[in-house]
Design a protein. Structure first.
Ligand code: F0G
Length: 489
């Protein structure tokens, strides 16, 4: 049985609605710049309305991603000083290996330089021309690696997954009937694995339940198909299971993580999200699967005891993984997101509910109903928000999609502006500023128009592509901002 309890901070206030309370103190700070709107206009024009191409010199709150941007702990930075520099046989790597084994109870471990490198190795090893890969939802780099090896993705999410407004606690679940249908239609021999993504990124950081995972496992076992778990956001998924799934209230994070890992044949993750600033891991309990993948690590990543990571990053990762067991650490991002989402929702701004992992996701089609999907509303919203606030979010819609064989845009299922909340990075007043500017933009949304390509790369176009505003809407938006805010930044 699943239940959707409101996610609360661990400390209740006496005289306030639930607020997320920071259970850490800030000891290293970085100065931020909030530039005048004219300079922000110039910056976003030069970046081609692509927030990936902005400099942090022009950015006030960097909500592009949590990837590599979560704040490190004092213990992590201290561990970096103890790193053992060695090409082969580094003790730092031995410490990491021990930590991964303890966390996931998988005997065989391969280090890689980041998550997509794990995807490269898994896809090269197991995906061949004509293969079909069922999954709850794709991630951009996963899709690219599977397709480049000749595979086809099947996203078999439940009806709830793409609903913007929902109170379903586990929108990342797989639809078991659809899974059975894909297997029946394409045949077991063409399905090398089922991929499960913890805290499903592109649908709004939405988790799956343990119950669903177990159901997927039962189907997979019946057909002899292996399960690959993308564990990049597994800490948050485990935290949501503890918060939202009956029967897990009293489980420790460690127990939940072990139970999840046990269901998967291969677990991989981007350490940029899970634990630290760089790196990744593939692990498995099967010597046979390990042997199939192993030789690609020295070829693409580096020797087996560093896999493209520096020893300092390896030390930070080992400690970061240990801290994943601490729900007070993991809680810091979901509790801020939950607070933000409830506030924004109460203001009538369309936002994905319930709040999930890694960020809040604004529904750009609901926000800008007058901008057709062909004119990239999520990209336009990201550009407009940066212009009026210096806040950098990320487009997660059709710009992040691809073109089909005829060159037509494949319109995304959802057009989202993601505002990432890296762990322990932002303060509550910075969140209040974000809510305030978002509300102003919502009240002035009629002024925002669409975008059109200036320069469109063929692969992963959202990273490096540039677009232009259709018409002079950014100028008009800036003028309205000046009228309402005067000389305020
Ligand atoms: N899988 C998931 C679920 C991810 O969120 C990411 C990265 C990757 C794999 C790839 O890992 O970046 O280390 O190569 N997500 C980042 C984001 C980029 O901003 O959401 P990577």
């Amino acid at each position: 049985m699943e239940s959707n309890k409101k996610q609360t901070a661990m400390v209740k206030f006496y005289n306030r609605e639930d607020l997320p309370l920071e259970l850490h103190k800030v000891r290293v700070v970085q100065k931020l710049f909030l530039k005048p709107i004219e300079e922000r206009l110039q910056a976003i024009e030069e970046a081609g309305y692509n927030t990936f191409l902005l400099s942090t010199k022009d950015t006030f709150l960097d909500m592009l991603t949590d990837s590599g941007c979560n704040a490190m702990s004092d213990r992590q930075t201290a561990a970096m000083m103890l790193a053992d520099d060695a090409y082969a046989g580094s003790q730092s790597y031995e410490r990491l290996e021990k930590r991964v084994k303890a966390l996931f109870a998988k005997e065989y471990i391969l280090p890689v330089h980041q998550g997509r490198a794990a995807e490269n190795i898994i896809s090269q090893t197991f995906v061949s021309e004509g293969d079909q890969i069922p999954m709850n939802y794709h991630f951009t780099t996963t899709k690219a690696h599977i397709e480049i090896n000749g595979g086809t993705l099947h996203e078999i999410y439940t009806d709830e997954a793409l609903k913007i407004k929902s109170d379903h606690p586990f929108k990342g679940n797989i639809d078991i009937q659809k899974l059975e249908r894909v297997i029946a239609e394409y045949g077991v021999e063409n399905i090398p694995f089922i991929r499960l993504e913890a805290s499903t990124n592109l649908i709004g950081g939405q988790p799956f339940s343990m119950e669903n995972m177990r159901q997927v496992k039962a189907v997979a076992d019946r057909h002899g198909i292996m399960i690959v778990l993308d564990a990049s956001l597994i800490g948050e998924n485990a935290y949501f299971i503890k918060q939202r799934e009956s029967g897990y209230e009293n489980s420790t994070m460690g127990q939940i993580l072990l139970e999840m890992a046990d269901i998967a044949d291969i677990v991989y993750f981007s350490a940029r999200k899970l634990s630290s600033s760089r790196g990744g891991i593939i692990c498995t309990g099967s010597e046979e699967l390990y042997d199939k993948m192993r030789d690609l690590v020295p070829l693409f990543e580096g020797f087996l005891t560093y896999g493209g990571m520096s020893v300092r990053e390896i030390e930070a990762m080992a400690v970061g993984l240990e801290e994943t067991l601490d729900d007070q650490m993991i809680n810091q991002s979901p509790s801020f997101i939950d607070y933000f989402v409830r506030r924004v929702d109460a203001l009538g701004i369309p936002v994905v509910t319930p709040g999930g992992a890694l960020g809040a996701h604004i529904d750009a089609m609901g926000f800008l109903p007058h901008v057709p999907q062909e004119d990239y509303p999520a990209g336009a919203l990201a550009g407009a928000l940066f212009l009026i606030s210096g806040i950098r979010g990320m487009e997660r819609g059709t710009i992040s999609s691809v073109r089909d064989a005829e060159g037509k845009d494949v319109l995304a299922d959802v057009e989202l502006l993601r505002l990432a909340f890296p762990r322990r990075v932002f303060t509550l007043s910075q969140l209040e500023y974000t809510i305030d500017r978002l509300k102003w933009l919502f009240d002035n949304r009629d002024l925002v128009g669409g975008l059109v390509w200036r320069d469109e790369p063929k692969v992963l176009r959202f990273f490096l592509g540039r677009l232009d505003a259709k018409g002079d809407w950014p100028i008009r938006l800036m003028e309205k901002f000046r009228k309402d805010f005067g000389d305020s930044l």
